[in-house]
Design a protein. Structure first.
Length: 537
């Protein structure tokens, strides 16, 4: 009984419709428990983690208990900051979509008080404000508390942390004795309990604890990427792992649409799933996903909630989830029914902090992994291709094809030549758009042998001492843009106008590809294979 349906909670049809428009499919656990208790008029202490829908948990019963025919102030909601006051007001506005005779007004510091006074004179049944500004209006008698029947303290822990205790108490003593008080918080300190003892009567204590996460069969990795290299990283991973079904999460609808477009542009079978889709469209997409017509489903968290597919191989967090809870929901989509699954998270710069929070909360270790290089991708594709050939050999029935092969070979070639040519033809198609780079390496470039005898290729960059380029700039750029570790690089020679870097053969294409639009010391640079004549010292 963790999640109730809103329709089953005795909520008015207008409100149910608004909730549906907001895209909420079912109540969150705190909502499931708090709404009915609050509708009965009881005092409430609600505790649950950030992001679990506490606003609607008090917003829905608050709206239901307002008498629309009475234009006077009936409910006051206190929030710690103006941003939160605005957010809560917006959520209330959405909930009030089909109830035109209930007015809600945000009241916070930083907004001209005259304008607030004018707005207050027009009358509002619900006020959402920060404690300081609410007190201010109480003193001016522009806010009359005598008719207040509901008092809500949102994010109470934060309000106390910010030193609002006295203000809150001043406000609470001013409202009529007969009223309902609801307090919501992510954590409960003794200070909060003190307030509830003084100002609440027989409150119902509703606490939603997180379930412990046990996900032994899901391998979790993260990749340090840049925003602009995410798409390339994603497609390489898809090519390498070749998932039958993968679910890719983005944080907004726009991000979902953009990614789907980019993936389709690269020839992947991808579709979007987000809140803007009507039910029939949704069903169609899910149908395609289930029967394998599409292999990549790009979704937002909310849209993915309803997904019920068992054999998702990989979950990608293309955007790192805003909330730890979402992470758990997301990766829980793979590794179901005892199958093994993988969860890959892209992490851009400072987002590593969010990732640490996630690890703390889930008590799992998410291990960093290196992005596959272009050569890795090719190798993998080649391996898959050769596997297919072996399977085909085993299947037999080759007679008509043997004829063709014989005709192709004729007098001049052997059957082995023909087979090799076929393989070459297919495998070369796996190369990305930079086949010319390889040719460059093979034809024009110079191979050098590194200290341990490995094959290196000298790379030219058109910036040097005059542009104040230092070794660490070069190493940093190559590490960041191409994902090639500094210690893998060979000699770096910086001249007045240009620089040479010795790059291991396997990384050359990553360097050239990754540094295509790269800047060094804020100047766009060009990077290419060093021509023989150019690098004489
Ligand atoms: P909290 O106050 O607990 O941190 P919020 O009330 O700010 O959480 O809600 C977090 C997000 O979840 C908001 O974007 C909200 O619109 C959304 N949300 C709330 N309830 C539901 C629900 N039942 N289904 C889907 N999304 C919800
Ligand atoms: Mg909140």
């Amino acid at each position: 009984m963790e999640h109730l349906k809103f329709e089953e909670m005795g909520i008015s049809p207008e409100l149910c419709r608004a909730i549906k428009d907001m895209g909420f499919e079912e109540a969150t656990p705190i909502q499931s428990k708090a709404i009915s208790a609050a509708l009965s008029g009881r005092d409430i202490i609600g505790q649950s983690q950030t992001g679990t829908g506490k606003t609607a948990a008090f917003g829905i019963p608050c709206i239901e208990r307002i008498n629309p025919d009475d234009r006077r102030l009936q409910a006051v909601i206190l929030c710690p900051t103006r941003e939160l006051a605005i957010q809560v007001s917006e959520e209330f506005r959405r909930l009030l979509k089909y109830k035109d005779n209930i007015r809600v007004l945000p009241i916070y510091g930083g907004q001209p008080i005259d304008r607030q006074i004018t707005a207050l004179k027009k009358g509002a049944q619900i006020i959402i404000g920060t404690p300081g500004r609410v007190m201010d209006h109480m003193r001016r008698r522009t806010l009359k508390m005598e008719t207040v029947q509901m008092m809500i303290l949102d994010e109470a822990d934060e309000m106390l942390d910010m030193g609002f205790r006295e203000d809150i108490e001043t406000i609470l003593v001013k409202i009529p004795a007969e009223h309902q008080t609801m307090l919501f918080s992510a954590t409960l300190s003794p200070e909060i309990l003190d307030i509830t003892k003084r100002f609440q009567t027989d409150p119902e204590f509703i606490k939603v604890v997180r379930k412990e996460l046990t996900v032994p069969s899901i391998e979790q990795y993260y990749f340090d990427v840049k925003e602009k290299t995410k798409l390339e990283a994603l497609t390489r991973m898809i090519d390498i792992y070749d998932p039958k079904l993968a679910l890719i999460f983005c944080n907004t609808k726009k991000r979902v649409d953009d990614l789907v477009e980019a993936l389709q542009g690269r020839g992947y079978f991808a579709e979007a799933l987000h809140g803007d889709l009507k039910q029939p469209q949704r069903d169609k997409v899910m149908q395609k996903f289930r029967n394998g017509t599409i292999e990549l489903l790009v979704a937002t968290d909310v849209a993915a909630r309803g997904i019920d597919v068992d054999d998702i191989d990989i979950v990608f967090n293309y955007d790192i989830p805003q909330d730890e809870e979402y992470y758990v929901h997301r990766i829980g989509r793979t590794g179901r029914a005892g199958r093994s699954g993988k969860a890959f998270t892209f992490c851009v710069g400072k987002e590593i902090y969010k990732l640490r929070d996630i690890m703390r909360y889930t008590k799992t270790k998410i291990v960093q992994q290196k992005l596959p290089t272009l050569s890795d991708v090719e190798e993998m594709k080649t391996a898959i291709f050769l596997e297919h050939i072996q399977e085909t050999l085993k299947e037999g029935h080759l007679m008509p094809y043997i004829d063709m092969a014989e005709r192709l070979a004729g007098e001049e070639y052997t059957a082995l030549d023909v087979a090799a040519a076929l393989i070459k033809y297919h495998v070369s198609a796996f190369r990305t758009d930079d086949a010319e780079i390889l040719d460059d390496i093979n034809l024009g470039g110079t191979e050098i042998y590194g200290g341990s005898g490995e094959k290196m290729v000298r790379v030219f960059i058109n910036a040097g001492k005059k542009q104040k380029i230092r070794t660490k700039d070069v190493v940093g750029a190559i590490a960041n843009e191409a994902g090639v570790p500094g210690k893998a690089l060979g000699a770096i020679d910086i001249f007045d106008d240009y620089t040479f870097v010795d790059v291991p053969h396997e990384y050359v294409r990553d360097v050239l590809y990754g540094m295509k639009n790269c800047r060094l010391k804020n100047k766009k640079v060009h990077v290419e294979i060093a021509k023989k004549e150019k690098h004489k010292k």
